[in-house]
Design a protein around this ligand. Structure first.
Ligand code: ACO
Length: 327
């Protein structure tokens, strides 16, 4: 048994914000942002939410898979920026699209969220509990960044991507997911954090203050990514009985062009095998991989039999990779 992606979809906010727009808000420049990150512009919500963007992406993925909302068994939304603490974004999406037969819940693994959701769905389907799922990576990070902090506000964007995934009895494993690796390093978690609400209640004498915005030690995140991502990709390839030379597309979390270039160099793979869209959409955390996958799919760049590596890494710290053969 394996699982296959049979439909993809994505949705971005209408509003484009260029590096020049950012330079009007904070002391920065197009040149600094481009050189350090590869980002040229990003989409920023002017009202779109994790739920509304996710629902749109899901409808497109279902349409491509030829399925109706009532056919869906499971919905998982990977996000760290839902608009509500309760109910979860996946239940909101279920309500919007009318997937009344689905079980729905969120998954929190930041930029690794989409890969972790894929692994979760794989385990459910291996167990025979469910036969299909909508998995979504969606963020509205613009509400978690401090718009006065030039070191973080230039890096992120908003958006959502979805994939419809189905169990498949392709015993020869000629398509679908063929291996996956996940990992976490909670001891280093505070290098990339967002605390949210402060801890207080009727029984505490003093509240524990919290930083409600994203805080990042960029250099530590960079070191983590360039060490851990090639290692977990190699492990996933080894499990699949493949080498880097067998892979057609390395679809990495789009954090920063320098990270992608360093990973390509460490794997000794030509950079042309690493598709990039972060110049147009910036870092959308859990949404980067499914949005890029959908772009490649809709542009006709993925062909039957293509071998693809998906790899996410981010807050937690978390990281993961999976190898799949496109159908
Ligand atoms: N514009 C102009 N100057 C800036 C900006 C900005 N937007 N941001 C920071 N600076 C300044 C700093 O104030 C500092 O100035 P100083 O030397 O006078 O103190 C100088 O630039 C260097 O700052 P650093 O933080 O050391 O910049 P660095 O070279 O490390 O680049 C970056 C920052 C691009 C974030 C880098 O650390 C990096 O690539 N990190 C990888 C992590 C990453 O991409 N995170 C994204 C989110 S996490 C994830 O998705 C996994």
């Amino acid at each position: 048994m394996t699982i296959k992606i049979t439909g993809t979809g994505s949705a971005l906010p209408e509003r484009k914000v260029t590096n020049f727009d950012m330079a009007k808000l904070v002391e920065t420049s197009d040149e600094w942002i481009r050189e350090r990150t590869g980002i040229v512009e990003r989409r920023i919500s002017t009202g779109e939410t994790v739920a509304s963007l996710s629902a749109k992406a899901c409808e497109l993925a279902l349409e491509q898979a030829g399925k109706k909302p009532e056919d869906v068994d499971m919905i998982i939304v990977a996000t760290c920026s839902p608009e509500l603490l309760l109910p979860c974004a996946a239940c909101q999406v279920q309500g919007i699209i009318g997937a009344k037969n689905a079980v729905a819940f969120d998954l929190s693994a930041a930029c690794s969220g989409f890969v972790f959701a894929l692994c979760t769905v794989y385990a459910y389907m291996q167990s025979g509990l469910y036969r299909n799922a909508l998995i979504v990576g969606a963020e509205v990070l613009s509400k978690l960044v401090d718009w006065d902090d030039r070191s973080t506000c230039v890096l992120f964007g908003d958006g959502a991507g979805a994939a419809f995934v189905e169990a498949s009895e392709d015993k020869a494993e000629k398509s679908g997911i063929i291996s996956m690796v996940q990992g976490s390093d909670g001891a280093k978690g505070m290098v990339l954090s967002c605390q949210g609400r402060k801890l207080t209640n009727a029984f505490m004498e003093e509240a524990v203050e919290a930083n409600e915005y994203i805080h990042m030690d960029g250099q530590e995140v960079y070191k983590f990514a360039v060490r851990q991502v090639p290692a977990c990709i190699n492990e996933a390839l080894e499990k699949a009985g493949l080498t880097v030379d067998d892979i057609d597309h390395f679809v990495l979390h789009q954090a920063n062009i320098r990270i992608i270039e360093a990973v390509a160099k460490r794997l000794k793979v030509d950079i042309s095998k690493f598709p990039v869209n972060l110049d147009r959409v910036a870092n959308m955390s859990a949404a980067t991989i499914p949005v890029l996958l959908d772009e490649l799919n809709r542009e006709g760049k993925l062909h039957k039999g293509d071998k693809i590596v998906l790899s996410g890494f981010g807050a937690g710290l978390t990281y993961g990779a999976c190898v799949l053969i496109w159908d």
